[in-house]
Design a protein around this ligand. Sequence first.
Ligand code: FAD
Length: 354
Amino acid sequence: MDVVVIGGGQAGLAAGYHLRRLGIEFAILDAQFAAGGAWQHLWDSLHLFSPAPYSSLPGRPMPHQRGEVHPDAHHVVDYLTAYEHRYQLPVHRPVRVRGVHRDSELLRVDTDSGEWSTRAVVSATGTWARPFLPAVPGREVFGGRQLHTVEYRGPADFAGQRVTVVGGGNSGAQIAADLSAHCDLTWVTRRPPRFLADAIDGRALFDAATARRRALESGAADTGGVASLGDIVAVPPVRVARDAGRLTAQPMFSRLSPEGPVRPDGSAAPADAVIWCTGFRPALSHLAPLGLRTHRGHIPTTGTRASAEPRLHLLGYGDWTGPASATLIGVGRPARDAAREIAELLASSPRGQR
Ligand code: FAD
């Protein structure tokens, strides 16, 4: 195999699209049973923060979802499934990659169903498989239910309960909004929530990320990109809950007791459940055998290429692997750049000359 792409979510498919266009032989290995990557596991009420055309992978615009300006997660799964079929992307599933090893001039990809030898690897395993939980004292003694964003399905599980939602990002705000009319909600954040202006949706975010990339490429001052605008996109359900006064954040608690959160002043805020919307880390454990240096959980990259391993590209994990690369519309460009660099690498050491 010339290239093995690890992960068959949107980033892996975007890589596949560009590798195919360049005539490169590749396979995509994906641990899921079905197409759609992380989108298969998002909660029912979640809607994209962009209209369909601004949520498209390269080559094929996302169609509109009937009755919805902002499509839901089921629509994204349908779109990714159709995308795979349209471009006949060779996705093998379920195949879980256990480790990537150097094997002379090749890389050996060990999986739960055999080995692949390849000349280059694109790692596109996302972050969903690595939920992050902060080290808050007392987490182990709390007697109620604790779950992370990845386990949240909807408000029905919490009707009438006292629920504390932790996190001032989009997941925290959206889950708090989702629950706010159904339970006794407390939303806690480390700093006051920063809502983006209501007019800002995924289109504006993409423009901000693009402007930042252009500024950095031209040597101009860093514009700050998306982070400079705020943290929380005011998607319609968030706006409704916020405007109804149901989305007021409290400061973060200092510890958990068996009954629930304890505030810094020592007062108790009993809860039946705590939902940790505290983010994710890149799922990179399969790359550990390569022994690449990591910094804050990231592998140093030049563009998408691992700085210390030119046969490895990392795609879709966040801005450090390309501006807005962890979004549907943003991953296309870094995927194209990765495919081009891989084509150059393969051309510089043709198979017959190895
Ligand atoms: P994933 O979708 O996670 O795909 C990675 C794939 O790799 C998975 O199928 C996984 O099973 C597989 N995998 C992992 N490890 C291995 C392994 N060792 N071997 C084989 N396979 C493996 N983006 C937008 O553009 N618009 C939005 O509105 C938006 N809203 C979001 C809302 C929430 C709550 C979240 C969490 C994210 C949102 N995003 C949004 C961000 C982004 O689009 C998603 O996170 C996206 O799923 C990332 O795609 P990916 O392909 O990088 O990773």
